[in-house]
Design a binder for this molecule. Structure first.
Ligand SMILES: N[C@@H](CCC[C@H](N)C(=O)O)C(=O)O
Length: 261
């Protein structure tokens, strides 16, 4: 059976999207998803999403990593599926949808290629030596480094992700270096098992961890540069809980087509 798909990218974090409202595709097919996400034998993507009907929300986001396994929240995926929902006429410029970590609200620009996504509150942040460990919908490790542009993120990220502490459940590893304004971040993603060009829950984790590290409080806006572009996070922090967290950035349709399932 040939089914229509679309490819989106949010700051270079790229996804295959399928409107599954009427198709009723059984998406629990790890081998199929892994093949479609493969950059040589498939369409290519860091992940794949199914937009589904939900009785209480505009739609439901079902997310799989490129390894074909269902995973926790994908921030850039969330922004891309909102742009997709506008493209297929499910929403206009505002939405409330359901994802794996609960309900999210979002706004999409009239042009359909810029999305601001409300992320979950974060009230827990741990340290591991000089690194921070926190969950922004997905689990993240945040480590400050020097010389990030020349770092072997695949090697060093994979070593942390596969270390004794994190091997079983996995973790996404973000390396961060301050810039004149904001931060430069590179991420090794669990489930892709490689460096990606951006990670939305990852840059969110970095923004929160850096606010704690720098003992900032109040309303904070953090611009972040990633390999695939620029993202921005703003939130409120009272020294204990991070609230009203928004992840803003581009969400762009790259192409569409049909694929044999
Ligand atoms: N790219 C995503 C994160 C996707 C989930 C991650 N790979 C995991 O398994 O935790 C993002 O933009 O947040």
């Amino acid at each position: 059976m040939k089914i229509p798909f679309y490819k989106y990218q949010g700051a270079g974090n790229d996804f295959i999207l399928i409107d599954n409202r009427e198709l009723g595709i059984d998406h629990h097919q790890p081998e199929l998803i892994e093949r479609l996400c493969d950059r040589r034998f498939g369409i290519g993507g860091d992940g794949m999403m199914f937009l589904q009907n939900h009785p209480d929300y505009d739609f439901e986001m079902v997310y799989y990593n490129a390894d074909g396994q269902p995973s926790s929240m994908c921030g850039n995926g969330g922004r891309c599926i909102v742009a997709f929902a506008k493209f297929i006429g499910v929403i206009d410029t505002k939405t409330e949808f359901l994802a794996v970590d609960g309900p999210h609200t979002a706004k999409v620009s009239d042009t359909g290629d810029w999305v601001s996504l409300h992320m979950i509150d974060v009230d827990h942040i741990e340290t591991d030596g000089d690194a921070y460990v926190l969950d922004t919908g997905s689990p993240h490790y945040v480590k400050m480094v020097n010389g990030l542009a020349g770092k072997d993120v695949y090697h060093d990220g994979s070593a942390i992700r596969n270390s004794h502490s994190f091997k079983e459940k996995g973790i996404n590893v973000n390396f961060v270096e301050p810039m004149v304004e904001g931060f430069f971040v590179r991420t090794y993603e669990r489930g892709v098992e490689d460096e990606t060009y951006a990670c939305g829950t990852g840059v969110t984790a970095v923004a929160l961890a850096m606010a704690k590290h720098q003992q900032q409080k109040g309303h904070i806006t953090t611009p972040i540069k990633v390999l695939g572009g620029d993202l921005s996070i703003h939130f409120d922090y009272d020294g204990k809980v991070f609230r009203n967290i928004y992840l803003d950035g581009p969400a762009v349709q790259v192409f569409g087509g049909e694929v044999e399932l």
